[in-house]
Design a protein around this ligand. Structure first.
Ligand SMILES: [Zn+2]
Length: 116
C-alpha cells in the first residue's frame, strides 16, 4: 500500500524544515573554484627551473563567473582558506536547494493532485 497523502505531506514538510534549518546555519557563500599554482621565475641560476619542489608559491587563484564571464583573482593563503569554506558552503547550499525543489514537487502533487 502506498503511503497516505497526509504522510507524504508531513514527511515533505519535515524535510523542508530540516533544509531550511541547515541553510540558516550557512554564513558565507562563494561560487567558482580555487586553484593552487606554483611558478617558475625565469631568473638564471634559480633552482625552480629544474626542480619542481623548488618552484615558487603556492599561489592561490579564485576563478568564478561574473556577468557570464570567467574572472580570475589572485588571493592570499588566508583568503584562500576562507574562500574554500565559502565554496564548500555554496556547493552544499546548491544541493539543499535541489532537495528543497524535489520535496516541493512531492508536496504539490500530494496537496493538489491533478484530476484525471
Ligand atoms: Zn625561481
Amino acid at each position: 500500500m502506498p503511503p497516505k497523502r497526509e504522510t507524504i505531506i508531513k514527511r515533505a514538510r519535515q524535510r523542508i524544515e530540516r533544509i531550511r534549518q541547515t541553510l540558516s546555519g550557512i554564513d558565507t557563500l562563494c561560487s567558482g573554484t580555487l586553484l593552487q599554482r606554483t611558478k617558475v621565475c625565469g631568473k638564471s641560476g634559480c633552482r625552480c627551473a629544474e626542480d619542481v619542489s623548488a618552484r615558487h608559491g603556492p599561489y592561490y587563484e579564485w576563478g568564478h563567473m561574473v556577468d557570464g564571464k570567467l574572472v580570475h583573482r589572485v588571493v592570499s593563503p588566508q583568503q584562500a582558506a576562507l574562500l574554500q569554506t565559502a565554496i564548500d558552503n555554496y556547493r552544499h547550499a546548491q544541493r539543499l536547494l535541489r532537495e528543497w525543489e524535489t520535496e516541493t514537487e512531492y508536496l504539490i502533487d500530494a496537496e493538489a493532485p491533478r484530476k484525471p
